[in-house]
Design a protein around this ligand. Structure first.
Ligand SMILES: [Mn+2]
Length: 243
């Protein structure tokens, strides 16, 4: 019986990243598995600026592959991460759903909430404001007034400023805010939540909500499978051909 959904988080792909090959093979395995939903928990690239002058070949290639799945009737959901900028248009054109949060019904679990995870810390007003402003139409318009080479240079600088934050996210857990966030989810009738962003393989529980942290999809192909009966299990995809 096919799974309900496959879910991957935070690959942070770079140019010519060998893990990209694993990802494309994984998409092929997803297609063959007849699973109806593909859920990407955000931060697919080191930085993804989805504007024509800046978007890389790798990014266009991934959108094309995801678009093929959507055109074949699969639901492809992309949860916006903190490294994703102005990706609304290319994703919409490819038939993908871009959300800050997304819910799915699963047997025996009830409503499952998916989100990237960077919006949980509501105490960090600085960050939340930056997230909003940096993605605003005004900033987008100003950015696009720059010549293409300047746009690329700004994107590269953004990429550098975001590299090396991995250890920080692994150890960072805003307990109080997470408890408050979980209480809000429970009040909305959500029974379980799936998060990326923290780059750990962990299960925890807050305010009666089961929280599944999904580690980074990298060369070892870590991803979460949600089976037909609603159980979630971390699996590893091996791109090596089976003999
Ligand atoms: Mn993140």
């Amino acid at each position: 019986m096919a799974d309900l959904a496959w879910c991957a988080a935070d690959p942070h792909f770079e140019r010519n990243d060998p893990a990209l090959t694993v990802f494309f093979s994984w998409l092929e395995a997803f297609r063959a598995s007849r699973t109806p939903r593909l859920i990407l928990l955000g931060d697919l690239f080191q930085v993804w600026v989805g504007l024509p002058a800046v978007q890389t070949q790798e990014q266009s290639g991934v959108i094309a592959a995801l678009g093929t799945l959507a055109a074949a009737g699969r639901t492809v959901v992309y949860l916006r991460g903190n490294r994703d900028y102005f990706i609304e248009e290319p994703l919409r054109e490819a038939g993908l759903l871009l959300r800050d949060e997304w819910d799915m019904e699963a047997p025996s679990v009830g409503r499952v909430r998916f989100e990237h995870g960077d919006l949980i810390n509501t105490s960090d007003q600085h960050y939340l404001r930056w997230r909003e402003i940096s993605r605003s139409g005004t900033v987008r318009a100003l950015f696009q007034l720059l010549p293409p080479e300047r746009q690329k240079a700004v994107a590269r600088r953004l990429e550098q400023s975001l590299s090396g934050t991995n250890a920080y996210y692994k150890s960072y857990r805003p307990r109080k805010e997470m408890e408050r966030w979980a209480r809000r989810l429970a009040a909305e009738g959500v029974g379980a939540a799936v998060l990326g962003h923290f780059h750990v393989d962990e299960v925890s529980r807050a305010a009666g909500v089961d929280i599944r942290f999904v580690p980074q999809f990298r060369e070892d192909g870590a991803f979460l499978r949600i089976s037909a009966n609603g159980t979630a299990k971390l699996d590893r995809f091996s791109a090596a051909p089976k003999l």
